[in-house]
Ligand binder design. Sequence first.
Ligand code: AMP
Length: 418
Amino acid sequence: MIHLIRGFKDILPGEVELWQYIERTAIDLFENFGFREIRVPIMERTELFSRSIGEDTDIVEKEMYTFPDRKGEFITLRPEATASVVRSYIQQKLYTTDPVQKLYTIGPMFRRERPQKGRYRQFYQIDAEIFGSQSPLADAQLIFMLVSLFIKLSVTDATVHINSLGCPECRPKFREALSGLLKQVEPQLCEDCVRRSTRNPLRVLDCKVPTCRDAIAEAPSVIDFLCPECREHFKTVTRLLDTMNVPYVLDKRLVRGLDYYTRTAFEIQTGALGAQNAIAGGGRYDSLVKTLGGPDTPAIGFAIGFDRLAEIVALSGRDFSKGPEVFIAALGKDSQARAFEWHCALSMEGISTEMDFSDRGLKGLMKRASRLKSRYVLITGEQELEQGALVLRNMATKEQVAVPVDCVVETVKSMILQ
Ligand code: AMP
């Protein structure tokens, strides 16, 4: 037997209904907020990710699935979606019709991390991006939409953590101050942080190793270094969140693992999942479109960890799997042939219908109908066909009604939809 690759998983029927429910809820909500779907490939040229996410990040340094294709060109299974959406915005010149584009995309991402509960090598993200607006209203809208999705999905244990990472003008001053502190505490830092402290000091702030956390407990706050414009932007974002009654925590440690963020950075954290407590993250990336060769276009986006969100929604114990509305129990060859027509016609009419293709007896058919969780069973045998009336049984109430053979589809449909 050939097994799955480590860190990859199947999402099986029974579980997939929950995923579909989340996906539909997200799509409906995002479209109400004016977002449109974009589908981008799952493989891109490696340099798209190394240039956007940053050479010194964990993702690019250690986690990407990169390999030469048959002609020796390096390609990468996407570790996140933003870079591809930005590439498409530039390449397809989406800005020519309207520089403001509100886009969402849902799909699998790939990172070669150490697998554990809530962390996979193929995982899914629900992603939304707003291009072409530098207004703090865009930041607030995106965060509000994200929080609304959690509310709609009855996820209550979720907190918005928010920070500002400044801009190319003010961030270097913060970086310098932070580097100064990191030099002093270097002996207490883990191996990764020693390396990060020269190449990407901000990343030390979100190291989870306890000794590193202690060593930088007194680290300066990026908020104290913001330039007047970044400060004003951040103040307006938080004021808007206050107005919209979105609770949040100001989190000076929040830096996010990707290099392209500027100004607002945010994360949704939960206590429901143990170690993997981030269910969504995002932020502004005002320089990325230009860096990747497009027009100077501000942008902001988020990515929700779909797997983690599904794990939380599943905790409610609600059963999202649905059986067919009608199971047609047909006894004998003649009945089966007629049942097949009704099965096809009802399914076409929007009534989910199932039937059995074997020659099982009534007891076996009823067993299968209840195993499938059918709401109704339509029973047809030689006798019923002769008498011109079938039996429709409500599986919950056990109530039975007669259905005339010459108008099965109409009668069943009207009974079920009433
Ligand atoms: P990021 O793209 O790193 O900002 O991640 C956004 C969200 O994706 C995180 O908050 C997680 O919920 C989810 N995520 C990231 N990496 C993984 C992974 N390896 N397995 C499952 N979910 C992940």
